[in-house]
Structures are given as structure tokens and as C-alpha cells.
Design a protein around this ligand. Structure first.
Ligand SMILES: [Zn+2]
Length: 241
């Protein structure tokens, strides 16, 4: 059967999904086209690839080989660090533009992961519409439905993707940044990187393995301070010039 979801998304329920045996897929790191990214950023991205951080942080991008993640220099809008465009998802392309390269350090790494999560969500929702198992991401789909998101560049899509990220990816991004920084500080010190770009969303807390952890807003300035201290002293990507 089919149901109409959010006006724009035609959803197939209960068809087209079989529990296929586990297949080996090309890791997401091998699906990244960074040919139009500047040299210094490409060097930094290489470190994310070596540590398999896209795969570890985002997890599910590599369940299908027909996708390409294009990461390049580009303009997104006033005050933006980067943006992801799923408009060509039917042809298997998600384009990530990086506008602000910050210190070419952990801040840029966090932006690259943040945009990568947008890309993965575009892909997931597109595949869901094509009939894959929705149960894995029921909350995400509920958000899409609730806000009438079209999985395009509409504001509702941006909102629901950020809400979903606030719920699920704050800690994984912080963990990735800690790994890239050689685990110099406890995880708590890296949480500000996880919250970057998400502060307007789900700001009351986040989910840690399904358990909601309330966030003390009084700690935000502490997050910023820790983040600034880490950025000032990290050696991550210092060899990228
Ligand atoms: Zn975003």
C-alpha cells in the first residue's frame, strides 16, 4: 500500500523491503569526491577519511553503493559555515559546500561531519520513499511528517534534520573531535563541537544511547570556553598547509 506523507512524500509501506544478507559495501570514505575542495581542506578531510570518521559518526551512509558525496568549496549564504544539498539525490549525488574554513582545524572537521549528517539524512529519507525499512528512524520520519518537510532546501527540512541531529549526533561528533585531538581532554570538553550549528534546536538535551540527557544551559559558556581552549592548542591538521 502507499500512503501520502507530508503532502509531498509518497511512501510505500510494507513493500520492497527484504532482509537481504549482509553485503560488503564500499565505505563512505571511498565515495567522497573532493576534487573541487581547496588543497588545505582536502588534506584535513583526508585525516577524517583515514580515521573512518564518516563511517563511525554517521554510520549508515554506506548501506548502498550508488551514492556520491561531493564536498567542495562554495557559498551557502550569509553567516553559514556550510550547507548540504540533496536536490540531485535521484542521481545519487549529495553536494556539500564548505563556506567557512575557520581555523582549518577541529572546527572545520566538525562542519564537515555536520554537513555529512545532512547528506546522510537526505539519502535516508529518499531511500525510505523508495521503500526501505522505516523502523530504524521512526523519529526522523515523524519529524518530517510533523513539520511537512519535503526533503529539499525548504526550511522545514533544515529544521527537522537539525532536530534529529540534536537528538542523535551531538555526542558522536564530540567523540570524533576528541579522537582527532588525540583524546587530550575528557569528552565533556568537546561537546561544544557537537552543538555547533545545532544550538537553536533540541537545546534542552540530547539522546545518549536512547537515554535523554538534559542539558544545563548554564554550561553553554563553558562549552565555548573549552572549545576555544582546545582550538588554541590542538595540533590537529597543523601539517595541512
Ligand atoms: Zn546544518
Amino acid at each position: 500500500m502507499t500512503v501520502e506523507l507530508a503532502g509531498a512524500i509518497l511512501v510505500k509501506v510494507g513493500v520492497g523491503y527484504t532482509s537481504a544478507p549482509e553485503e560488503e559495501h564500499e565505505p563512505v570514505e571511498d565515495k567522497i569526491d573532493d576534487s573541487e575542495l581547496n588543497k588545505r581542506a582536502r588534506c584535513l578531510l583526508e585525516k577524517l577519511k583515514i580515521n573512518k570518521l564518516y563511517g563511525k559518526t554517521i554510520g549508515v551512509f554506506d548501506n548502498n553503493d550508488n551514492y556520491k558525496l561531493i564536498i567542495k568549496d562554495g557559498y551557502c549564504g550569509i553567516g553559514k559555515d556550510g550547507c548540504a544539498n540533496g536536490g540531485d539525490i535521484e542521481n545519487g549525488n549529495v553536494i556539500i559546500k564548505i563556506q567557512s574554513f575557520g581555523n582549518y582545524s577541529l572546527d572545520l572537521a566538525a562542519t564537515m561531519l555536520h554537513e555529512g549528517i545532512h547528506a546522510e539524512i537526505y539519502k535516508y529519507v529518499y531511500e525510505f520513499n523508495e521503500g526501505i525499512d522505516p523502523n530504524q528512524r521512526r523519529n526522523l520520519l515523524n519529524y518530517y511528517y510533523h513539520y511537512g518537510a519535503r526533503n529539499g532546501l525548504d526550511l522545514a527540512t533544515t529544521t527537522v534534520q537539525h532536530q534529529f541531529m540534536a537528538d542523535n549526533y551531538v555526542k558522536p561528533i564530540a567523540q570524533a573531535m576528541r579522537e582527532l585531538d588525540g583524546s587530550r581532554y575528557p569528552l565533556e570538553h568537546y561537546m561544544g563541537f557537537g552543538w555547533d550549528g545545532l544550538r537553536a534546536y533540541g537545546y534542552n538535551g540530547y539522546y545518549d544511547n536512547g537515554v535523554f540527557k538534559p542539558l544545563d544551559k548554564g554550561r553553554d559558556s563553558e562549552y565555548y570556553k573549552n572549545q576555544a581552549a582546545i582550538l588554541a592548542t590542538t595540533t590537529f591538521a597543523k601539517d595541512c598547509l
